[in-house]
Design a protein around this ligand. Structure first.
Ligand code: FO1
Length: 334
């Protein structure tokens, strides 16, 4: 169908990578020429051992390149840790944060290009040319906007809270440092405005989606967009698929449920983001209330068991979007 030529996806790391793989495979299987822009969170990024680490961008790049460590969900498959052991011997970096040898190749490359003055978006474009990833990746911002977590034991970078403390320290707030002066990276607002469909990947709403939407201008661009906005629940049966979204949601007073996350993102009809929402079959009870709030909601298997499941999720998200598009491509039921 020629109605959807440009798809723009907002998201973070692991859940976003799996969703993008399913979307890319769905489009390929349907011989659909639609292009995909992936606008990716930079809030997890950090300086470590003098290198700029960009976890969500790398997770998506490696996954789309087919070189990711599927078990761990980050880093390169089959990587080794010889240099990491040396860093620990020298007391550089974090002993709880493993930088694989191949992975370090990416961090050294990125840091070298940053020192040459290239913005992150240009670096992502150049590094992703190495593989035919089939998706245009964009960091949401070229600026450093790092997510920090406030806990009773003090404030720390998200990466320390997650990788060192496994989110065991109760979070009381999440802070994006540098947000005020941050700008969307070149192409980000255009990718939102030009989209025929905007998809919110099944990413952590608090530490992955919010930091993307909070970059000045991004949320407004989505709200103004003519494209229908369809999200995929990161919560199934009241539980997170991976990661620590439950602790994050609780910290901001949101119930860990597919229904509550949809309401947190809001119905477009009532000034929020969503025209559509995908829930897992076990959360089908969320359909009626969300439909009554103006969010077209469907239940499909959301556990990313395999390729076909991911493809079916992508297909369902596009179908919900089409249900909210009038023949001239505008969104019904604003
Ligand atoms: N996560 C961990 O739990 N432990 C690690 O040692 C670790 C190292 C690491 C290195 C590079 C990278 O890109 C990601 C890494 N991650 C690690 C995952 C990272 O915390 C997550 O990808 C996101 O930032 C949270 O979703």
């Amino acid at each position: 169908m020629e109605d959807i030529r440009t798809i723009t996806v907002l998201g973070g790391g692991v859940g976003n990578a799996r969703f993008l793989l399913g979307l890319r495979d769905h489009l390929a299987a349907a011989s659909d020429p639609a292009t995909v822009n992936a606008i990716i969170n930079v809030g997890d990024d950090m300086w470590l051992a003098g290198l700029r680490i960009t976890p969500d961008l790398d997770t998506v790049m490696y996954a789309l390149a087919g070189v990711n460590d599927v078990q761990r969900g980050w880093g390169r498959v089959g990587d080794t840790e010889r240099v990491s052991a040396e860093l620990q011997a020298w007391g550089v970096g974090w002993p709880w944060f493993t930088l694989g040898d191949l992975d370090l190749g990416a961090h050294i490359t990125r840091t070298a290009l940053l020192r040459e003055g290239l913005p992150l978006s240009a670096i992502v474009e150049r590094m992703t040319e190495r593989w035919p990833i089939g998706v245009r990746m964009l960091p949401v911002s070229d600026d450093e906007v790092e997510t920090h977590v406030v806990t009773a034991e003090g404030e720390m970078h998200f990466q320390e809270w997650w990788t060192r403390h496994r989110a065991a320290l109760e979070p009381t707030a999440f802070v994006s440092h540098g947000l005020e002066s941050a700008q969307p990276a070149p192409g980000v607002l255009e990718a939102i405005e030009a989209a025929d469909v905007i998809l919110l990947a099944p990413s952590n709403p608090i530490v992955s989606l919010d930091p993307v939407l909070s970059i000045p201008g991004v949320r407004d661009a989505v709200l103004r967009a003519s494209a229908p906005v369809v999200g995929v629940s990161p919560i199934i049966g009241g539980a997170v698929v991976r990661g620590m979204a439950d602790q994050c949601l609780t910290a901001v007073g949101v119930e860990t449920s597919a229904l509550a996350v949809a309401r947190y993102l809001g119905s477009r009809r009532d000034g929020g983001l969503l025209d559509g929402w995908l829930v897992d079959d076990v959360d089908a009870a969320a359909i009626a209330p969300l439909e009554s709030e103006g969010i077209s909601t469907v239940a499909v298997p959301l556990w990313f068991r395999d390729g076909p499941t991911s493809i079916a999720i992508a297909r369902a998200a596009l179908a919900v979007a089409r249900g909210r598009m009038s023949p001239d491509g505008t969104t019904l039921g604003r």
